[in-house]
Design a protein around this ligand. Structure first.
Ligand code: DAH
Length: 343
């Protein structure tokens, strides 16, 4: 067989086989058969070296042309089969609407954030503005401006994390009081929510890290009676019913008189349990009339103005509201615990 007939035969064979092609796999197979390293066109090249010097360039050219033809045809075929196959696959894919949906993991607010927001909303509805202060503060704003002298024994009540001689992690949100007084003139009606830190033993009732909302009101003729009324109103709004409160005289250097506000333990209804230390009552806030020295620190004339202040422990409140028996749950990040609180 001459080389010429071989070329013709291969072309015919290819055209014939190409007609039978049904899918992209067939094309890939033909590619190997004709264009592969051991393919038919390569075998033609072997014959080329037996051809005469005149024939060689002629046949060489013809083989190359055939190779190009086959390459182009196979490439076009591959593209069109692949796109048909893709269409078919997509058309055959049905959506089974009866399958259960994929559940999205949804984040939610931490119970303390929920409660903090509720407390803020209530005070805002009562006409209080919201201010914030720094977590890392100076001894001055956390203590001295609040009438705690340097060697005041009341400092021992607040086991402070000092960063150096002057700076500390605030032990209460009362540190915002004098900052606000420096910034605004009375009447001032303000709350300051935030984090607090104390170097305490961690137990079911106390933690080194907790939240407070400070509340204070300064104007002419602000009275102790209006403080009681404000806290009563606040508690009823928060618990959405009239709840029993009691006020006990207490001491804080920045208020005079000072007191503690208790709520009858909602967990044991006053019977006595671990959370209320078997007293039947839970201390929820400290409060009092702002000490004249504190007003002076803030540049406010105590002869003209009076004010009241209160500080609420958010963890305590949350334990009451959600019936949580141990304060440590709040910081353990246990999803089973956290997922119980809905928006
Ligand atoms: N700052 C106090 C504390 O953390 C709580 C407190 C007591 C705040 C009495 C007040 C107040 O505003 O009047 O122990």
């Amino acid at each position: 067989m001459t080389l010429n007939t071989q070329i013709l035969k291969i072309r015919e064979k290819f055209l014939h086989e190409y007609k039978e092609v049904k899918n992209s796999k067939d094309i890939e197979r033909l590619k190997i058969e004709y264009l592969g390293k051991k393919g038919l066109l390569q075998s033609l090249m072997l014959f080329l070296k037996d051809a005469s010097t005149e024939e060689r360039p002629v046949f060489g050219k013809e083989i190359n042309e055939l190779k190009n033809e086959i390459t182009i045809q196979l490439e076009n075929g591959l593209i069109s089969f692949l796109s048909k196959e893709e269409d078919k696959k997509l058309n055959n894919e049905e959506i089974d609407v009866t399958l259960p949906g994929r559940k999205n993991f949804q984040g939610r607010f931490h119970p303390l954030t929920l409660l903090m927001n509720e407390v803020i909303d209530i005070f805002v509805s009562m006409g209080f503005a919201v201010e914030t202060g720094p977590d890392v503060d100076s001894d001055y704003y956390n203590f001295e401006a609040l009438n705690f002298a340097k060697d005041h024994p009341a400092r021992d009540m607040q086991d402070t994390f000092y960063l150096n001689d002057e700076m500390l992690l605030r032990t209460h949100t009362s540190n915002v009081q004098v900052r606000v007084m420096e910034k605004f003139k009375p009447p001032i009606r303000c709350i300051a929510p935030g984090k607090c830190f104390r170097n305490e033993n961690i137990s079911s009732r106390s933690h080194v890290f907790f939240h407070q909302v400070e509340m204070f009101y300064i104007d002419e003729k602000v009275t102790f009676a209006s403080l009681l009324a404000t806290m009563d109103e606040f508690c009823s709004k928060l618990f959405k019913k009239k709840i029993e409160t009691r006020f006990r005289p207490s001491y804080f250097p920045f208020v005079e008189p000072g007191m503690e506000g208790d709520i009858k333990c909602i967990i044991c209804s006053g019977q006595g349990c671990k959370v209320c230390k078997h007293s039947g009552w839970l201390e929820v806030f400290g409060a009092g009339m702002i000490h004249p020295e504190v007003l002076k620190s803030g540049g406010i004339d105590p002869e003209k103005y009076t004010g009241f202040a209160a500080g609420l422990g958010i963890e305590r409140l949350a334990m009451l509201m959600y019936n949580i028996k141990d304060i440590r749950y709040f910081t353990q990040n246990d999803l089973k615990f956290l997922q119980q609180f809905d928006l």
